[in-house]
Design a protein around this ligand. Structure first.
Ligand SMILES: NC(=O)c1ccc[n+]([C@@H]2O[C@H](COP(=O)([O-])OP(=O)(O)OC[C@H]3O[C@@H](n4cnc5c(N)ncnc54)[C@H](O)[C@@H]3O)[C@@H](O)[C@H]2O)c1
Ligand SMILES: [Zn+2]
Length: 357
């Protein structure tokens, strides 16, 4: 099976390689071996680090993955480690891990000596379909998630489906939720492709998995090239996210995987789109429900309520925290049809009450 190459036409442009042995492509990107630093998720590295052949001896910092990696203190540790390794401006940071590692490593690379190159080797499904592409970097601050960051496009991204075999079940589901969102944002062809792939989508099917990741990367690449700094059309990728953040806030961060909350957020956004007369064809709701079932994702708040405390008041309080709109005026991405979204839409309190009730 060949490795797919998808170009992201930002300035500068870069390639995303998807498929078995994509990690071997790292060496075809003009790396100077003595100018490389690896920032790795310790778990992902212990399981799959050997796939990054030839870089065993490069200076490396292994850290615990997950949200705790994205702190000011960790950023300081990474910058100190880059300095201690004597990295020059011509050096490259290679991240090996999920979105928390690429967010942190991308930020450190954008700051070190006013910016050095970064390449990402995403090891979670969520990072392969979403986080590693597009150049957004971030850490969390005391008052909120992703509040400090930069836009720093990587020089290359290398997504090998083999590393996903060891993912915990909840991380797998999280990636599928983001993939569902991306398919709807991508348009009719992307959605059809996910419908075709989904019955066969397992971690043991590298060809199906590579096709899924490649579809998502293609959509993200197209949107990011149009709008690298998220002033306009890139906001479409936030479909389902205003609701998802409220769900995560209400259940307690970490209780529900982000992409799983996004899957339910997408359903709520579709329901809202129908209620506001924006959705062109109600049949889309059934199509998405069917996909959620096939992918093993929840499709409604009711599906989550058995195991999580998601009272309407708590959800409304979570919505009030939305950073995109004005204070207490959350904004939503709604759907006209696949690939055609309404951005920055406000919603009546009564509609929100009925959606979240
Ligand atoms: N920059 C962006 O555009 C963007 C987009 C989406 C999400 N994000 C960020 O990504 C972060 C979430 O990333 P994530 O979901 O990839 O999770 P993660 O990086 O937090 O990792 C989740 C867990 O999976 C483990 N893990 C990683 N690879 C593994 C593997 N191959 N096998 C077994 N375990 C493995 C990690 O050790 C960790 O415990 C969030 O902080 C989010 O804000 C960024
Ligand atoms: Zn997301």
């Amino acid at each position: 099976m060949s490795v797919r190459r998808i170009e992201v036409q930002t300035n500068p442009a870069y390639n995303v390689y998807v498929g078995p042995s994509a990690l071997e492509k790292v060496h075809e990107c003009g790396l100077q071996k003595d100018c490389v630093f690896v920032l790795a998720d310790e778990k992902a590295w212990s399981l799959h680090g050997k796939a990054l052949v030839g870089l065993e001896a490069a200076p490396r910092l292994e850290i615990t993955g997950g949200e705790d990696a994205k702190t000011l203190a960790q950023l300081g540790s990474v910058l100190d480690a880059l300095t201690a390794s004597g990295l020059s401006r011509a050096s490259t940071v290679i991240t090996f891990g999920g979105g928390s590692i690429s967010d942190l490593g991308g930020l450190a690379a954008s700051l070190y000596k006013r910016g050095i190159d970064v390449m990402h080797c995403p090891t979670t499904l969520l990072a392969q379909v979403d986080a590693a592409v597009g150049g957004k970097t971030a850490i969390n601050l005391k008052l909120g998630k992703n509040l400090a960051g930069t836009v720093h496009q990587p020089r290359g991204v290398f997504a090998d489906p083999a590393v996903l075999q060891s993912l915990p079940v909840e991380e797998w589901a999280s990636g599928l939720g983001e993939a569902l969102k991306t398919a709807l944002v991508g348009g009719e062809a992307s959605l059809k492709s996910l419908e075709m792939l989904s019955p066969e989508l397992t971690r043991q099917q590298p060809e199906t998995l590579s096709a899924l990741v490649a579809d998502c990367v293609q959509t993200k690449a197209r949107i990011v090239a149009e709008d690298p700094s998220e002033q306009g059309p890139r906001r479409a990728l936030n479909l389902g996210h205003t609701f998802a953040h409220a769900i995560e806030h209400c259940a307690g961060y970490g209780a529900i995987p982000h992409g799983v909350a996004v899957a339910v957020g997408v359903s709520l956004a579709l329901e809202a789109s129908a209620a506001m007369g924006i959705l062109e064809n109600g049949g889309l709701i059934e199509r998405v429900n069917k996909l959620q079932k096939t992918l093993g994702l929840p499709s409604s708040l009711a599906d989550l309520r058995g195991r999580h405390d998601l009272e309407p008041e708590g959800l409304l309080a979570g919505l009030a925290q939305d950073k995109k709109g004005a204070v207490n005026k959350p904004e939503f991405v709604l759907v006209r049809k696949p690939g055609d979204l309404a951005l920055g839409v406000g919603m009546e309190g009564s509609l929100l009450q009925s959606l979240l009730g």
